[in-house]
Design a protein around this ligand. Structure first.
Ligand SMILES: Nc1ncnc2c1ncn2[C@@H]1O[C@H](COP(=O)(O)O)[C@@H](O)[C@H]1OP(=O)(O)O
Ligand SMILES: [Mg+2]
Ligand SMILES: [Mg+2]
Ligand SMILES: [Mg+2]
Length: 306
């Protein structure tokens, strides 16, 4: 009986349906063509799609899990939410999974939900729609244990109008996609296309990769890792925040990968942590020696990321 499932599994199943609904809002706003772009700072845009998608996700989860701690990129709002934006059903695939017993006694007070309602805003405004993801990450006692990465525009050029939703729960596994290993005998690194600087480039040069793939979004880049298109995601910048990496890290770890800062330290996702990932992002797929690759990053780069 779904209602008797452990809270973590129910919350993940609710996060999948909420992310799917947010994805439709993102598509609808793009179709209407009025993005309502606001400039939050240097190269840091926000659109009506970011704002509306967040309201949809927060309202849906809050209705089902009152007093749940949810931290969203676009801040707290108490705007009215249209009733058809509030979804309270479970994703049937997720809710039917066998939840690891380690999560059986987790309560709402142990959980913080990190929401990036639209990751890849820069690319969304430029029409690079396949870079966009909706991210909902669940942390338990500070550790990222579950995540949803929804792609509103997955395969949309072939006529797919519903996108695709990937999910993962550490210790249970992943769903919604077909995990692939990247090619052996070479190093492919993925990184930012819209927030690069000298330090970001120096870190990449130090790895001497065979190929660098520059795309938007933290969610999109982690998907490239778990779908075998790259071996590492390297971003030597303070630009990412906890909502950018909580869900991707949980899905990556559930796939056997690893994400740390550029010093090799883990990020904590408790409710009082600072939001910027000041140590940068260094993520690798299963089978890559994370520490060995990280050791190639020069101190002049890591000194900038504190
Ligand atoms: N300098 C920055 N300012 C604001 N957001 C940033 C910055 N760098 C990275 N981000 C966020 O991290 C994500 C991954 O970075 P990138 O796309 O450059 O690889 C971006 O999509 C953006 O998330 P968002 O689009 O949700 O604001
Ligand atoms: Mg943003
Ligand atoms: Mg983001
Ligand atoms: Mg965002």
């Amino acid at each position: 009986m779904a209602q008797n499932a452990p809270m973590v599994l129910r919350l993940l199943a609710s996060s999948v349906t909420a992310a799917n609904r947010a994805g439709k809002i993102i598509r609808d706003i793009m179709s209407r063509g009025d993005l309502g772009i606001v400039d939050k700072g240097i190269n840091d845009l926000q659109t009506e799609a970011d704002r509306s998608a967040q309201r949809c996700i927060v309202a849906s989860l809050t209705q089902q899990y009152p007093n749940l701690t949810i931290i969203g990129e676009e801040g707290a709002t108490n705007c009215e939410v249209p009733s058809d934006w509030i979804v309270t059903d479970y994703d049937q695939t997720v809710i039917s999974e066998q939840c690891p017993t380690e999560y059986s006694h987790i309560t709402k007070d142990d959980v913080v939900v990190w929401v990036d309602p639209l990751d890849g805003t820069s690319e969304y405004t430029q029409g690079l729609l396949e870079h966009v993801t909706v991210l909902v990450g669940l942390s338990v006692k500070g550790r990222p244990i579950a995540g949803v990465i929804h792609q509103p525009y997955y395969d949309y050029k072939s006529g797919n109008s519903l996108g695709r939703t990937i999910w993962g729960l550490v210790g249970m596994g992943v769903g919604g996609f077909n995990p692939q290993n990247p090619p052996s005998g070479k190093l492919i690194v993925t990184t930012t296309r819209s927030h690069s600087d000298n330090t970001v480039q120096k870190a990449l040069d130090s790895l001497n990769p065979d190929e660098i793939i520059r795309v938007g979004g933290a969610g999109h880049k982690v998907l490239m890792l778990i779908e075998g298109k790259a071996h590492a995601y390297v971003f030597a910048s303070k630009g990412c925040k906890k909502w950018d990496t909580c869900a991707p890290e949980a899905v990556l770890v559930a796939s056997g990968g690893k994400l740390t800062d550029m010093h090799g330290l883990p990020y904590e996702y408790g409710k009082n942590v600072q939001h910027p990932n000041v140590g940068g992002v260094f993520a690798t797929v299963r089978g890559i020696d994370h520490e060995e690759l990280l050791s190639k990053i020069p101190q002049e780069v890591t000194d900038k990321l504190k």
